[in-house]
Design a protein. Sequence first.
Length: 320
Amino acid sequence: LLLVWLLFVGLAPGQTGAAPAAQPIGLPVDISLDGDHITVAIDGRPFTNFYTGDPYPKPFLYPLHSADGRIVTRAFPMQNVEGESRDHPHHRGLFIGLGSISGINFWENEKAYTTPNRGTMVLTAPATLTSGKHKGSIEANFSWRDPKGLEMLTEHRIMTFSGTPGQRTIDFDITFKAVQDLNFGDTKEGFFAIRLADTMAEDKGGQMVASTGFATEKAVWGRPADWVQYSGNVEKRPVAITIFDHPGNLNHPERWHSRAYGLFAVNPFGLKEFDKTSTGAGGFFLKSGSSIRFRYRVLIDDSPLTADQEKKAYASWSTQ
């Protein structure tokens, strides 16, 4: 009789009547050129802008918005906001760079700086923009050049944007190809980075928590982890940003150059500057003509994720 009843209500033995949790459907993403930058809107609301071109030493995304519209990146140096910090002008929104590639600095490389050996990243052709019902992308090629304008490496970057109610996601797929033999330096100054809104910073009450369970800059900085979530308040409400490091990346799990003042970065090249006792070799040698690929995911959540939620999200993405 029980089996008859189960078949009658449409359930197999062992199932319950509770409906499975529906997965959020991705929201529409619109990507378009707007003067000197590319705009990304999700569900009709601004998400971010992508800046490239001669005024800038490197490409960057700015600002980044949470799903409910709050800005989670610092405005400086793109804008001067009263009361906001103005240190490290080279921390532009979300950016990629390294303090030394064969002695050339692609991290602290603002055009207003007078330090020597500053490199630049130059867009080599118009980016390919793709909008969609559930995701959109920007595909672009860059030339990394020394102070004399000589090309050192090329970068092919795909940024895929998506969103659901309460969350925004950016997936990065980055491939470098060496034009000459290159030494990526063993330096803490890098590599995949975000400068967070001041109010999110640890020294303003925010918190960084690694996949290892370690929390605070003292425990997270310079140590390997699959991901780190950096959370804090914006407009007096909690918000969180997580960076995932893909298992296929160089030196995974990578070390974290994340600071209490609001820098949030993951670094595959640094070793001895993070761990003075290390006997290993940091940095990386890339032979001319060879390539290396990096993948990262950025999650922006209207409220911090639990450790279990982070584990599930990472497991789902890292197997792709």
